[in-house]
Design a protein around this ligand. Structure first.
Ligand code: ADP
Length: 315
């Protein structure tokens, strides 16, 4: 049996993924399955085994290495839309990066994929190598992939379950390089994308975003339930649009009530990660692709990021 023949046979099926070891008629192949789902991984391992036998090996052992070793996924979820989940996800990703983690951002919100705008890279399209997507670099040190980069604006909403699940996997199993943390901006509610996320991609934990309104909190409880039932820990709750400072007279008011989210978190035994005020500056900066977390001396998102970083470090 010729070593070159075995290596060529393996390389033809699994280019750049395999390392061959030979000991007489025995052949061992270490296969890197990063980015492949279970089915594709098994099919590739079986095909490699057949090819090595055909090349004359008496004994073949294929070892598949674990995927995405050490990469933590953080799901950012809300019970309903419009509570600022995407805004929080973008700023949390930046705050975590500033806190020293290597972070990627996945925008899985099929109903309103807004991360390319929030992160200042609207209109960009990711390239693919060997059908694996390459995340788009952003000015904030956090590479990004978004559902909005895969389809025309407004089209993804018509996708059926299996298509959304497939698209989510494409984003998560992309070539994230050295990233150790992926922040995943989920669509609001508890649909197919969320189920695929918890069942297939097993996030390390979930962050729930809610406004102080009661209704949003009831909705938030539903989102919390989804992760609870799947055994995904809740890292904590973030109260967004809490308190309003009048830009003219400076008076503080609470258009959506005060402290509801914190009380609800305490009631459910969930950590409270912080409160983000309703601030017109947050909206205008976000719309312009300048996430507030990037600003020098920013404290609100920095403190939320520190809380999540501490949670990750304590696992
Ligand atoms: P979701 O992802 O929950 O649908 P978005 O993050 O898209 O919500 O936010 C909805 C709108 O509210 C956006 O225009 C955003 O700029 C604005 N917004 C979010 N959080 C705040 C805040 N704390 N203060 C002011 N505007 C905010």
């Amino acid at each position: 049996m010729d070593r070159q023949q075995v290596e060529d046979a393996v390389a033809a099926i699994a280019p750049d993924r395999a390392t061959v070891r030979m000991d007489g008629e025995r052949v061992g192949v270490v296969l890197d399955a990063t980015g492949l789902d279970g089915e594709a991984r098994d099919a590739l391992a079986a095909a490699v085994e057949v090819a090595v036998r055909d090349a004359g090996a008496a004994e073949v052992r294929v070892v598949v290495t674990a995927e995405r070793t050490g990469r933590s996924l953080i799901a950012v979820a809300s019970g309903k839309g419009g509570v600022g989940k995407s805004t929080v996800a973008a700023n949390l990703a930046i705050a975590l990066a500033l806190a020293g983690r290597r972070v990627g951002l996945v925008d899985a919100d099929i109903y309103g994929p807004s991360q390319p705008r929030l992160m200042g890279v609207e209109g960009t399209r990711p390239q693919a190598i060997d059908k694996r997507l390459l995340p788009v670099a952003t000015p904030y040190g956090v590479p990004l992939l978004s559902m909005g980069q895969l389809v025309e604006p407004g089209r993804a909403i018509a996708w059926r379950g299996p298509m959304t699940a497939g698209a989510l996997s494409q984003l998560i199993d992309a070539d994230w390089g050295a990233a150790d943390t992926l922040v995943v901006d989920l669509p609001p509610g508890t649909g197919d994308v969320q189920l695929t996320m918890v069942q297939k991609h097993r996030p390390a934990g979930a962050v729930i975003v809610s406004t102080p309104q009661d209704l949003a909190l009831i909705d938030a409880r539903r989102a919390i339930d989804l992760f609870d039932k799947a055994g995904v820990p809740i890292i904590g709750l973030i109260e967004n649009m809490a308190g309003y400072q009048c830009p003219h007279c400076g008076e503080l008011s609470d258009p959506f009530g005060h402290g509801g989210a914190e009380a609800a978190a305490a009631e459910s035994g969930i950590a409270f990660l912080g409160r983000v005020p309703l601030d017109i500056g947050i909206r205008t900066a976000s719309d312009a692709g300048h996430p507030p977390a990037w600003k020098k001396d920013e404290t609100i998102f920095a403190s939320i990021g520190a809380g999540v970083a501490a949670w990750l470090a304590s696992r």
